[in-house]
Design a binder for this molecule. Structure first.
Ligand code: GLY
Length: 289
């Protein structure tokens, strides 16, 4: 199999942010060439995106309604080894903590103990808050005050996500297998304690012997459809591009993006604009519009 990596900046992310998805894809591709390891490649690519404050992951993560920042991330290889964090606080790169959990007998650590695990493993205190995230929180609170967004029990409406830039993620193929990784600060209008798809294997990501998939969009809807595993299951029959398109069409009224890689192909689809990049030998292509 030929080395290949795809990166994305979230459903709804402006195409102009492709400078960052390209940087991430190039970084991931260089790791593939040097180490030949898809898991290391997706981690390094996602770290580049987590460190870009324009994206809702790592530095720049959305704030919860109480002003806290709780981040989700996960990683999976085609040997079915995986690691994930839910609601982790005050680390710079949640995806690296997920990678560390992959080396333990467990899959998912949540909340305070995820943060404690990070500290014990030398992930230093880091405040990912940005002025932009604070501004967005104030906007959200004003909307709530003015009754411009529905109460929690009502169905989500598409317009509420217009400015939503969801997660960041990557999928990769090395000579022997596949990997996927994802990271997020969550979504808009989040209660503290809410966990989204990016912490849940099969929902935000999936990897197996046929390929790897990463989803972005409204976590609750992605979870309902176990979206990444559903798309993975279609890769063999439809190929990765059609499988991604089918996945996007399943979540009709919600901004949704998918990237996928198989033994001999790849796919990228989104209901909105999405900054994303595919990189392989002699190929560097960006954007879904
Ligand atoms: N897809 C990101 C989230 O909803 O948490």
């Amino acid at each position: 199999m030929q080395h290949l990596i795809i990166t994305h900046g979230g459903a709804g992310s402006p195409i102009k942010y492709r400078d960052s998805t390209e940087k991430a894809a190039k970084k991931g591709y260089s790791v593939l060439r040097k180490k030949g390891n898809a898991v290391d490649a997706v981690i390094e690519a996602v770290v580049v995106l987590e460190n870009d404050p324009r994206f809702n992951a790592g530095t720049g993560s959305r704030m919860r309604l109480n002003g806290s920042i709780e981040m989700d991330a996960s990683v999976m290889g085609s040997n079915l080894k995986c690691g994930a964090v839910a609601g982790i606080k005050n680390v710079k790169n949640p995806v690296k903590v997920a990678r560390k959990i992959m080396e333990t007998p467990h899959i998912l650590l949540a909340g305070e103990e995820a943060t404690n695990f990070a500290r014990k493993n030398n992930f230093r205190y880091y405040n990912p808050a940005t002025k932009e995230a604070l501004k967005k929180l104030e906007e959200t609170k004003n909307k709530l005050k003015n009754g411009k967004i529905p109460v929690w029990a009502k169905k989500w409406k598409k317009f509420e996500y217009k400015k939503f830039t969801g997660t960041v993620g990557a999928v990769a193929r090395d000579k022997k297998g596949f990997a996927a990784a994802v990271s997020t600060g969550g979504t808009s209008f989040m209660l503290p304690g809410r966990v989204g798809d990016s912490a849940l294997i099969g929902c935000g990501i999936y990897a197996g012997r046929h390929g790897a998939v990463c989803a972005t969009g409204v976590g609750e809807e992605i979870i309902r459809h176990i979206l990444s595993k559903s798309v993975y299951d279609k890769i063999e029959i439809l190929g990765p591009q059609k499988a991604c398109e089918l996945g996007v069409s399943l979540l009709k009224n919600f901004p949704t993006g998918l990237i996928a890689v198989s033994k001999d192909g790849y796919g990228m689809a989104c209901s909105e604009n999405m900054a994303c990049t595919v990189a392989s030998k002699n190929l560097l292509k960006s954007g879904v519009q």
